[in-house]
Design a protein around this ligand. Structure first.
Ligand code: ATP
Length: 441
């Protein structure tokens, strides 16, 4: 079994991530997150929020709507330019991204007279046409052009249209940023690779507003910050790289973009794009809305439209990368060596054997005590080896066992997931013990 198959299978077996609407046969490339999956993804989002909003005076938060005024997407260029080149097989009607065909992302394909043929059946492909990735919907009871709207394909525009209000209500001065986590929707031509490319996903975006001329310096700053974040949370250095976009690749709004890439089992893939969006978006919104979106710098007395540096990450892709990077097999033992801050469950509590009321009573008491501060689990099923095995697979960093000695001296054993070493600790010291471990990480 390849690594990716093992990850997908573990995710399903333990209920992290599984196909959506499965009782109806599933719906292509749409996934649901079960209990451990939600806990893990929430930790990813919280740790991002902590590092980029709570720990910074100069970044504030936002939660804007998914459906914005349709003019927003005209101003931003998404109606005209948010397209992928689409070709369709005239025989089997499979659809492909023309650029991916040429890059070999659908594998080795036949060509006739230099023209690529369908990877599935070898049939002739149609001419390339532009396919807009935005999901269209209608507002209200009438379905016509006037009521058409879009589900946002990025959270960024909600930030740009609120830029002035947020700056004023939070008394921010440039440089400052606005951050947002939320769903985005793209009608991808070929989704795939598990949760790497889906049509509904979550983004974690910062728009950082700076004075023109200082943009390149800030771009470098955010590249460093964001790489450090992934490394601090345990992604191996060799599996991460920064890749600069070629001129041809650059989005319509970008002066310069770098991707933070992760070495996925199928090759390098983007985790996050960090773009210098210049003053493109604010300028366009000023033009389309007729509102003044300039900034007056009281120190230099200069008025300008700020430039924007945008670190734009995917919560689902980051979650997937953390799962893959932490997967470890040690003989029969399968372990997710997740950074403890990311681990869905921090501590599991076990009574040594299941049918001893005294042990269960004390174990429950310890469980209730730890539960006030940490995400903990209680397990008294089967033998202790099986319980360790289950916790290793979901990445729980510590397991606490209550045994006969506990009844005498109120100490417990704490077993470390990665070393499997055990340590005896006083039950009343456990909260401080785990808090200290989590703090120093
Ligand atoms: P790609 O080149 O892989 O299509 P992109 O360059 O279009 O990605 P951006 O527009 O930079 O992506 O979006 C920022 C982030 O949002 C990406 O780095 C990724 O983590 C996430 N993202 C974008 N599209 C998807 C998708 N279809 N499924 C899951 N996450 C996505």
């Amino acid at each position: 079994m390849g690594l990716m198959e093992k990850i997908v299978s573990l995710c399903k077996r333990r209920g992290f991530i599984f196909p959506s609407s499965e009782i109806y046969g599933g719906i292509g490339s749409v996934y649901d997150y079960g209990h451990y999956g939600v806990l893990l993804k929430n930790n990813v989002k919280q740790l991002w929020w902590q590092a980029n909003v709570l720990k910074r005076e100069e970044v504030v938060g936002l939660d804007s709507a998914v459906i914005l005024h349709p003019r927003v997407w005209q101003a931003s260029g998404h109606v005209s330019s948010f397209t992928d080149p689409l070709v369709e097989c005239k025989e089997c009607h499979q659809r492909y991204r023309a650029d991916y065909l040429l890059e070999g992302k659908y594998g080795d394909i036949k060509t006739i007279d230099g023209k690529p043929r369908c990877p599935a059946c070898g049939g002739e492909l149609t001419e390339e046409k532009k396919f807009n990735l935005m999901f269209k919907t209608y507002i209200g009871a009438v379905e016509n052009t006037a009521s058409a709207a879009y589900l946002r394909p990025e959270t960024a525009q909600g930030i740009f249209v609120n830029f002035k209000t947020i700056m004023i209500t939070n008394s921010q001065k440039i440089p400052f940023g606005i951050a947002q986590i939320g769903k985005a929707f793209r009608n991808e031509i070929t989704p795939g690779n598990f949760t790497f490319r889906t049509r509904e996903f979550e983004q974690m975006e910062i728009e950082f507003f700076v004075e023109p001329g200082t943009d390149e310096k800030w771009h470098k700053y955010w590249l460093d910050e964001r790489i450090k974040w992934y490394q601090k949370l345990g992604i191996k250095k060799d599996n991460l790289r920064l890749r600069q976009h070629t001129k041809k690749e650059l989005s319509h709004y970008s002066k310069d973009t770098y991707d933070v890439e992760y070495q996925f089992p199928w090759g390098w893939g983007e985790l996050e794009g960090i773009a210098n969006r210049t003053d493109f978006d604010l300028k366009e919104h000023q033009k389309y809305s007729g509102r003044d979106l300039t900034y007056f710098d009281e120190t230099t007395k200069k008025t300008y439209i700020p430039y924007v540096i945008e670190p734009s990450a995917g919560a689902d892709r980051a979650t997937l990368a953390f799962l893959i990077d932490s997967y470890y097999e040690d003989g029969k033992r399968i372990v997710l060596q997740l950074h403890p801050q990311l681990a869905p469950i921090k501590v599991a509590i076990f009574p040594l054997v299941a049918n001893k009321p005294d042990l269960i009573r004390v174990a429950k008491k310890i469980y209730e005590m730890l539960r006030t501060q940490l995400v903990v689990a209680f397990d008294d099923r089967g033998n202790i080896g099986k319980r360790y095995y289950a916790q290793d697979e979901i990445g729980t960093p510590w397991c606490v066992t209550i045994d006969y000695d506990t009844l005498k001296d109120n100490t417990v054993t704490v077993r470390d997931r990665d070393t499997t070493k055990q340590e005896r600790v006083k039950a009343e010291a456990l909260i401080a013990y785990f808090n200290e471990k989590l703090k120093t990480l």
